[in-house]
Ligand binder design. Structure first.
Ligand code: NDP
Ligand code: OAA
Length: 271
């Protein structure tokens, strides 16, 4: 049975653990790691059937078949290269880290050299399948518009740097407009989806991103417009935010769970 190790025991890590625990995913939950040991112990104690070990990152990387990063962009920078050097397959949730060209090329090279797979779930958006298909011919433009309630944008470096008072925003307000390469740095915990879209489509510089704070919203809304040789498509998802972490949408955790099932299944559906 596939041995899974999870780094980052917050909302997404917790949902993956529960899906293994209740049999939605047929794999072994072998080890957990987090910057806070108490979070690992609390999560492990909440499970009914699985009893994963609490491990230091280096030990986890040596012990499992598949490493799931559900922690932060910093974790991707430091942990994913080590995991690939150890010959492990890796699922990455904090995809924004791959805007760094040097890191991206290093990870892709290490995956190839060590015969490992790197998985990037669709996350909180719909339409990665369409971008993947469209990219077999020329794509001319990709735009992501993300709207979140102000509470879902707290702590973003862009908000802090510009001194934006989120609690004073009274109507829909455009906070950011620019390439995905800048968006994932300005909002590292809000638009990782922009990175996944960039990887699937036309890259970080040509993918355009708009981030809007809207106090009238209770959901995280992502719209994607793609034009290319195939024609044009538009997708829109209205995501329920996680009650534990309002920055993150429930769909992002479900997409990681579905990707795990896809890895384990002999049948591959969709592009
Ligand atoms: N691809 C996508 O579509 C999406 C991606 N994401 C990203 O996925 C990641 C997980 O999201 P979510 O579960 O909601 O986040 P949470 O904040 O709920 O959980 C992350 C956990 O990982 C821990 N952590 C952070 N950095 C490290 C590290 N270097 N080593 C070990 N543990 C670490 C955090 O600890 P502490 O709190 O102490 O920092 C926290 O316990 C985030 O980076 C998020 O931005 C989220 C939504 C969609
Ligand atoms: O969960 C979401 O709505 C999107 C998100 O936070 C991200 O892409 O980082």
């Amino acid at each position: 049975m596939l041995k899974i190790g999870i780094i980052g025991c917050g909302f997404i890590g917790g949902q993956i653990c529960r899906a293994i625990d209740d049999g939605t995913i047929n794999a072994e939950l072998y080890a957990l790691s987090d910057s806070s040991e108490s979070k690992v112990l609390e999560l492990a104690a909440s499970l009914k059937k699985c009893s994963p070990a609490c491990m230091k990152i280096e030990e986890l990387l040596r012990s499992v078949d598949l490493v799931i990063e559900s922690a932060s962009q910093n974790a991707v920078r430091f942990i994913v290269p080590q995991a690939l050097e150890e010959g492990r397959d890796v699922m990455v949730l904090s995809v924004g880290a791959l805007a760094d060209e040097e890191l991206r090329e290093r990870l892709f090279r290490l995956a190839k050299q060590n015969n490992c797979k790197l998985y990037f779930p669709s996350g909180a958006v719909v339409g990665i399948d369409g971008i993947n298909s469209a990219s077999a011919a020329e794509i001319s433009s990709v735009t992501l518009t993300t709207r979140k309630p102000p509470s879902g944008l707290i702590g973003a470096p862009h908000v802090t740097a510009l001194g934006i008072e989120l609690d004073k925003i009274e109507k829909e307000t455009l906070l950011f407009e620019g390439p995905a390469s800048d968006a994932v740095k300005a909002f590292p915990a809000n638009v990782n989806v922009a990175a996944t879209i960039s990887l699937a489509g036309i890259g970080f510089e040509r993918t355009k991103v708009r981030v809007i704070a809207d106090p009238a919203l209770s959901r995280n809304v992502h719209e994607i417009t793609v034009e290319g040789k195939f024609g044009k498509f538009f997708t829109r998802v209205e995501n329920l935010p996680s009650p534990e972490n309002p920055k993150t949408s429930y769909l992002a955790a479900l997409s990681a769970i579905s990707t795990l099932n896809k890895i384990l299944s002999p049948v591959q559906l969709g592009t």
